[in-house]
Design a protein around this ligand. Structure first.
Ligand SMILES: Nc1nc2c(ncn2[C@@H]2O[C@H](COP(=O)(O)OP(=O)(O)OP(=O)(O)O)[C@@H](O)[C@H]2O)c(=O)[nH]1
Length: 344
C-alpha cells in the first residue's frame, strides 16, 4: 500500500493522476487505495521538507567551498555540527560522521560522496516495522487520537479520515471528543462535511468518554468500518485528564471488546526536545501504538524524526505536511530520506 513513493519510482512523463490534487479532496471515492497518487504525495512531502532540505543543503555546500575536502578531524566535527542543526540528535549525527570517517578518512571527498553516505545512513536509521495502520479483523476499527495541546490532533484526524474514507474507501465515523474546545468540534464538523462522513458531537463540555462511547456505538449500529475519536490536548502531569483518557479507553471497550485498535500520538515537528520528552511519558501511559508527526512543513528540523523513533520506540505511521485535507502522507523511509537530501 504505497501512498507516496520515492522519486526513483516516478515516471517523468506520467501526468499527475493524483486525486489528492483536487481542491475538495472528493476524488477517488470508494475502492482500494489509489496507486496513482504517489507522485503528487511525494511532491507534497518534498515541499514539506523543503526548509530542512535547504538548510541542510546550504550547510553541506558550505563545507565544500573548494573542489573536494580532505576528511580530517576538522571536517568531521564541522559535518557533525551541521547535521545536528536539523535536530536529528547526537546519536544519528555521530553515526553518519563515523561512517564517513571509516570510509574516507585522510582522503579527499566530493560533496556528492558525503551526501550519498548521509542518505544511506539516514535511510537505514529510518527503517521501521508496522508502519501501516492496523485494522481490526471485525469492523469497526477504533482509532483514538491523543497528544499535547495544539500538536495538530484535530487537523490530523480530518486528514486521516479523508485518507481512510476517500482513498481506502472505508466508511468512517468521527467522534468530536475534544469537548473542552468548541472550535475543535466545529473544525471537525466542517472536515466531516467535506469528507462526507458521519460525526458524533456532544453538548458543550459533555463528558468526552460519553462522546467516545456514542461514536463507537454509532459505528456499530451503522456498520461503519472505522471510528476515529478526537481527544483534548493534555500532559501526563494532568492527572484528571489522564484518568479521563483511561475512562475513554475503558468505555469504548464495551461496545467493541478489543477497542481501541490504534492509539495514535500526534507530535508537533516544530516543537523542541522538551515538548517531545513531555509527550514521551504521556505516550507510555496512554498505550500509544503509533505516531503522526504533524507540521513537518513548518520546520527546518525535519531530522527530528530520528530521535523520535529512537525515544518513543513507536512507528511513525503518518507525517503531516500542511494544513490542507490532503496534506498527510503514509510514512516511507526511502521516500523520506530522498525528500530530505535530493538536490541538497
Ligand atoms: N503547517 C501545518 N500546520 C498544521 C499541521 N497540522 C496541524 N496544523 C496546524 O496546527 C494548529 C493546531 O492544530 P489542531 O489540529 O487544532 O491541534 P489540536 O492538537 O487539535 O489542538 P488542541 O485541541 O488545542 O489540543 C492549527 O493551526 C493547524 O492548522 C501540519 O501538518 N502542517
Amino acid at each position: 500500500m504505497a501512498f507516496w513513493r520515492s522519486k526513483k519510482e516516478e515516471s517523468p512523463d506520467k501526468p499527475t493522476t493524483d486525486s489528492a490534487s483536487t481542491e475538495d479532496g472528493s476524488a477517488a471515492q470508494g475502492g482500494e487505495a489509489t496507486q496513482g497518487d504517489g507522485t503528487g504525495m511525494f511532491q507534497r512531502v518534498r515541499q514539506g521538507l523543503q526548509k530542512t532540505r535547504e538548510v541542510l543543503g546550504t550547510d553541506i555546500r558550505d563545507l565544500f567551498k573548494e573542489d573536494g575536502r580532505l576528511v580530517d578531524d576538522a571536517f568531521l566535527s564541522e559535518l557533525f555540527a551541521k547535521l545536528v542543526r536539523t535536530d536529528m540528535g547526537g546519536g544519528p549525527a555521530g553515526r553518519i560522521r563515523d561512517d564517513i570517517a571509516t570510509r574516507f578518512r585522510a582522503r579527499k571527498v566530493q560533496m556528492e560522496d558525503v551526501l550519498e553516505s548521509i542518505r544511506n545512513q539516514t535511510r537505514e536509521l529510518l527503517q521501521q516495522e508496522h508502519t501501516e495502520l492496523q485494522f481490526a479483523d471485525k469492523a469497526p476499527t477504533v482509532i483514538l487520537v491523543v497528544g499535547v495541546n495544539g500538536s495538530g490532533k484535530t487537523t490530523s484526524i480530518g486528514k486521516l479520515a479523508n485518507y481512510i474514507h476517500n482513498k481506502l474507501g472505508r466508511t468512517v465515523v468521527l467522534g468530536a471528543g475534544d469537548t473542552f474546545r468548541a472550535a475543535a468540534v466545529e473544525q471537525l464538523t466542517v472536515w466531516a462535511g467535506r469528507i462526507g462522513c458521519e460525526i458524533v458531537t456532544g453538548k458543550p463540555e459533555a463528558d468526552p468518554a460519553s462522546v467516545a462511547y456514542q461514536t463507537v456505538e454509532k459505528a456499530v449500529a451503522t456498520g461503519a468500518e472505522v471510528a476515529i475519536i478526537d481527544t483534548a490536548g493534555r500532559l501526563q502531569t494532568q492527572t484528571h485528564l489522564m484518568s479521563q483518557l483511561e475512562k475513554i479507553r475503558r468505555v469504548i471497550g464495551k461496545p467493541v471488546e478489543d477497542a481501541p485498535h490504534e492509539v495514535l500520538l500526534v507530535l508537533d515537528a516544530t516543537s523542541g526536545q522538551n515538548a517531545i520528552s513531555q509527550a514521551k511519558g504521556f505516550s507510555e501511559v496512554a498505550g500509544c501504538t503509533g505516531i503522526i508527526l504533524a507540521k513537518l512543513d513548518g520546520s527546518a528540523k525535519g531530522g527530528v524524526i530520528l530521535p523520535i523513533l529512537e525515544q518513543f520506540k513507536l512507528p511513525v505511521k503518518f507525517v503531516g505536511v500542511g494544513e490542507g485535507i490532503e496534506d498527510l502522507a503514509l510514512f516511507d523511509s526511502d521516500a523520506f530520506s530522498d525528500a530530505l537530501f535530493t538536490d541538497a
